[in-house]
Design a binder for this molecule. Structure first.
Ligand code: FAD
Length: 435
């Protein structure tokens, strides 16, 4: 007879502490088996077979498996489609309920609806919880019930709604005895998934209070260790956003503001899913992009002849990280100086960023291109040289990534700033001029 259990389906919440779905599962009355599915549909789409994010997930699961083994339990990791996975789990166990945390992306919403339907036919209940944001979907709305599309009023409302309730951790550890006890199950090797280990440039999970305290003074300078580097951990839920937001409320309002941006873009994606393929402001889809492939390659490879742009792209290619200030400069350069569709840049970042997240990446690319919900005005064209002077005055960041930038061997600028500026203003104006 298979054992009666409840499953906790892990996705963007790879931790055992302060985890909403796990907490509810452990309190549900049946022993709990945590499960993770390496979704073959997603994995097959990843071109880079050394993708560092797969390595990160794999390492994290191995670590969690050790923690569970110490509790006499195990995670059950499956490779295949979610439907195949649940067919397997239903044979393996007498499953009464599945607990999981909400994933707000359009693909995930569809996937979860299909799984919920399949489970319902088998009389298995499906429970979803908010875990990866402080406020989701309809929790922060305008007084008339509409979603916000401008950040500042959203952020004000967000702050007025915040109280201890939203920051309190879920004390999962109190119920660890309720994990289902069984022999450890093997996690499929990276090879089995069609991958090989990627480089492990993974930032530490612990961030000092002193860094967060000084965040507003240091965050704009790419040569300084002035930002948290927690993007990857927030993306995969190896840290709890509640714990981080709670610290931010005591330590630094600017840092809290960044976590609010994160909630904001997740909310925008939920309410306006057209942004995945189209500009938030649809008239920006009239822009006649140049989309020159050779220029795009030079941008990707960090060979534009603009040192701050090249430094950023090389940092991204080498480490999977790029500093936020430099993300803004490189994104502005691609869309405005090279007149290349923001979707090309968005897709390139999606391939490379360790902290890649659809809502934040899409929201910020649309912000940079000027077509987003609360975007930089289109006539604001970053001057890369001035940006470098302001934010990398001692050239420390540039020297790290583009050591040859003062030599004759260094690439000639791909465009002249003033010409590019004139060109983009004309092209945007033409697209946006309404009769
Ligand atoms: P910190 O400065 O320490 O901030 C803490 C956390 O706040 C971040 O980890 C992140 O979760 C959140 N955050 C900070 N800034 C933003 C922002 N502008 N929008 C949303 N959340 C934010 N962030 C991603 O998490 N994933 C992406 O795919 C992504 N793509 C981007 C693309 C472009 C073109 C730009 C301009 C920005 C993008 N960002 C993205 C936002 C931001 O650059 C990163 O979150 C940040 O650089 C990550 O470094 P950190 O963890 O040290 O951030």
């Amino acid at each position: 007879m298979p054992a009666t259990v409840n499953l906790c389906w892990l996705r963007r919440d790879l931790r055992l502490l302060d985890q909403a779905a796990l907490y509810h599962a452990l309190k549900s009355g049946n022993p709990v088996v945590p499960v993770f599915i390496f979704d073959s549909d997603i994995l097959n789409d990843l071109e880079d077979k050394h993708d560092r994010r797969i390595t990160f997930i794999h390492d994290t699961l191995e670590e969690m498996q050790k923690q569970l083994a110490r509790l006499g339990s195990t995670m059950d990791v499956f490779y295949g489609t979610p439907t195949e996975a649940f067919q397997y789990y239903i044979k393996q166990y007498d499953v009464k309920a599945v607990f999981t945390n909400i994933d707000y992306e359009p693909y995930a919403t569809k996937r979860d609806a299909a799984v919920a339907k399949m489970l319902k036919e088998k009389k298995i209940s499906f429970h979803q919880y908010k875990d990866q944001v402080i406020f989701d979907r309809n929790e922060v709305l305008k007084d008339n019930g509409d979603p916000y599309t401008i950040f500042t009023p959203y952020s004000k409302k967000w702050k007025t709604l915040l109280n201890d309730f939203y920051l309190r951790p879920y004390p999962t550890e109190k119920y660890f005895r309720n994990f289902y006890k069984q022999k450890i199950k093997k996690i499929p090797a990276l090879r089995t998934l069609g991958f090989q280990a990627g480089e492990r440039h993974f930032p530490p999970i612990k961030v000092k209070d002193s860094l967060i305290e000084k965040y507003d003074q240091t965050r704009d300078f790419p040569a300084l260790p002035g930002t948290s580097h927690l993007g990857l951990h927030l993306r995969f839920g190896t840290v709890s956003v509640r714990e981080l937001a709670e610290r931010a409320t005591h330590l630094n309002d600017t840092f809290l503001g960044e976590l609010i941006w994160r909630d904001f873009f997740q909310m925008i994606l939920w309410h306006f899913p057209h942004v995945v393929h189209q500009s938030f402001h649809k008239d920006y889809d009239n822009i006649k992009w140049r989309n020159n492939e050779a220029d795009f390659r030079r941008w990707c490879n960090g060979e534009t002849g603009y040192p701050i742009v090249d430094a950023g792209m090389r940092e991204l290619n080498a480490t999977g990280f790029m500093h936020n200030r430099v993300r803004m400069i490189t994104a502005s350069f691609l869309t405005k100086h090279l007149l290349i569709d923001w979707r090309w840049g968005e897709a390139y970042f999606a391939k490379k960023l360790l902290d890649y997240d659809l809502s934040a990446n899409n929201g910020n690319w649309q912000w940079a291109a000027g077509c987003g919900c609360d975007a930089a005005p289109y006539f604001r064209v970053f001057n890369p040289a001035l940006q470098a002077q302001k934010f990398d005055k001692d050239l420390k960041y540039i020297r790290t990534w583009v050591p040859e930038f003062e030599e004759l061997t260094y690439a000639k600028p791909i465009v002249v700033h003033e010409d590019a500026r004139k060109r983009v203003l004309e092209v945007y104006k033409k697209a946006l001029d309404r009769p």
